[in-house]
Design a protein around this ligand. Structure first.
Ligand code: IPM
Ligand code: MG
Length: 364
């Protein structure tokens, strides 16, 4: 599918990967918003839809088909919904939807995953935590995305002396740590100038190297404060006093786990966007999964994906003004009391994905 919103000199190409479960619904919402904002601003975009994850396995026998990869590499940005579902869970690793997602992250060199967790004042009573704890939460998880436990070798399951053994490795080289640390410090300079680096240096050698290298990189940023925190303590602090964090710098799997806590702080994981960045085209996706249990029911929260499009305008297209327009429109719909089921409360009006999207569009 190729769709031109507007033909003009400087056309931005966006590869669209709806994926599985609620992916197609939330991506449809985000595209409606993207097209409207782009066309209002005279900003030319060209959309190309490709398959990834389970739908790609079903259609092409490959969770990351060659055509998808080629198109992504040729694009200015990639928008992804979600991948995975029970149907493909029994598959061998090469035929799992998640292998497609990890494959595209690696192939595009997306080593930095930025996950902003910002409390929207209207949703302060949606968290299971006390309003006084979550009010004012505003941090970004900078998650390393192409190394660590997810990619370390050797990996596998094998028989050793007749006993089945499974193994993975958390591996980081100095350059991998340096580049993600610099991302965190650069970002902190645009915020409250504090980096909290997460590790398990009391036990793991890889984390001792991580801590040492991060401390060295901190020397290049004397205006930014650095603290080190152990991952277990970090998990506790995130629910105890989350407002103390500004930029959280983490290994791949620690970041995966800790960033889900962001969903509890802000009321729903459905509201959280992300940007994955490297040296080529960046990829934008909500941090939640494919939620197969609610797929196709028009109940999914599109805010995480819509706000991922906002991050695209800011980071890939240098238009923070358009990003703000999108974020503000979302806030105003919530302020009027319209909610998808995941953030509904007594006194709010529960509406579906499509109606919520239409209301965002009205506010743009
Ligand atoms: C995420 C997801 C993915 C991850 C899964 C779907 C492979 O949980 O983006 O947080 O673990 O990175
Ligand atoms: Mg995750």
């Amino acid at each position: 599918m190729t769709e031109n919103v507007k033909q003009a000199g400087n056309v931005r190409k966006i590869c669209v990967l709806p994926g599985d479960g609620i992916g197609p619904e939330i991506v449809a919402s985000a595209l409606a918003v993207l097209k409207q904002v782009a066309s209002d601003a005279g900003f030319a975009v060209e959309l190309h839809e490709e398959a990834i994850g389970g739908v790609a396995i079903d259609a092409f026998g490959d969770p990351l088909p060659e055509a998808t990869l080629r198109r992504s590499l040729e694009s200015d940005a990639v928008l992804l919904g979600a991948v995975g579902g029970p149907k493909w869970d029994p598959n061998p690793p090469a035929l799992k939807p998640e292998t497609g997602l990890l494959g595209i992250r690696k192939a595009l060199g997306l080593y930095g995953n930025l996950r902003p967790v910002k409390m929207l004042p209207t949703l302060v009573d949606c968290s299971t935590l006390k309003p006084e704890t979550v009010s004012g939460v505003d941090f970004v998880v900078v998650r390393e995305l192409t190394g660590g436990l997810y990619f370390g070798k050797p990996r596998g399951v094998e028989a050793r002396d007749g006993v089945e053994v499974g193994f993975n490795n958390m591996v980081y080289s100095r350059p991998e740590i340096e580049r993600i640390a610099r991302k965190a410090f650069e970002l902190a300079r645009l915020r409250r100038r504090k980096v909290t680096s997460v590790d398990k240096a009391n036990v793991l050698e890889v984390c001792q190297l991580w801590r040492k290298v991060v401390a060295e990189v901190a020397g290049e940023y004397p205006d930014v404060e650095l603290e080190h925190i152990l991952v277990d303590n970090c998990a506790m602090q995130l629910v105890l006093r989350p407002t103390r964090f500004d930029v959280l710098l983490t290994e791949n799997m620690f970041g995966d786990i800790l960033s889900d806590i962001g969903g509890v702080l802000t009321g729903s994981i459905g509201t959280l966007p992300s940007a994955s960045v490297g040296d080529g085209p960046a990829l934008y996706e909500p941090i939640h999964g494919s939620a197969p249990d609610i797929a196709g029911k028009d109940v999914a929260n599109p805010v995480g994906t819509v706000n991922s499009v906002a991050m695209m305008f800011e980071h890939s297209f240098g238009r923070p003004d358009l990003a703000r327009r999108i974020n503000d429109a979302v806030c105003r719909v919530l302020e009027e009391g319209y909610r998808t089921a995941d953030v509904a409360k007594a006194g709010t009006k529960t509406i579906g994905t499509k109606e919520f999207t239409a209301r965002i569009q009205e506010k743009l």
